[in-house]
Unconditional design. Structure first.
Length: 65
């Protein structure tokens, strides 16, 4: 788990990182896995300039430039 959103507008959720079979980095925002049905909210390839080298922490806005 990369980030936790316990007070998200539509219910508690979290951001999880992973790799595709082709070894491409993906981020998945989903409902908490402890719920009976996991719901995927969004899935995307993170932008390298917005994340650290292993895509687990956002860079500061000042670091993006």
């Amino acid at each position: 788990m990369i980030e936790d959103y316990p007070n998200d507008k539509y219910g508690a959720s979290c951001l999880i990182g992973g790799l595709t079979q082709a070894q491409r980095v993906i981020h998945i925002q989903c409902s908490y896995p402890s719920r009976p049905l996991l719901k995927i909210i969004t899935l995307y390839e993170p932008e390298p300039q917005r994340w650290n080298n292993n895509f687990t922490q956002r860079r500061n806005r000042n670091d993006e430039q």
